[in-house]
Unconditional design. Structure first.
Length: 54
């Protein structure tokens, strides 16, 4: 059986939008390397990439 962990023991990252520290979640287990944002709100308000000048 899996051992329960304290939130402070889980891996953490800094959100690319708001700069807050957020912890690993079970639903991100398979994609943790790609997770960049702490929430849907931050993902939706992320700075948009500019189109290259022509």
């Amino acid at each position: 059986m899996a051992r329960m962990r304290r939130k402070s023991e889980l891996p953490q990252k800094i959100c690319a939008t708001c700069g807050r520290l957020f912890a690993w979640r079970k639903k991100w287990a398979r994609v943790w390397q790609e997770v960049r944002y702490c929430s849907d709100r931050c993902r939706d308000t992320r700075p948009k990439a500019r189109a290259p000048d022509q």
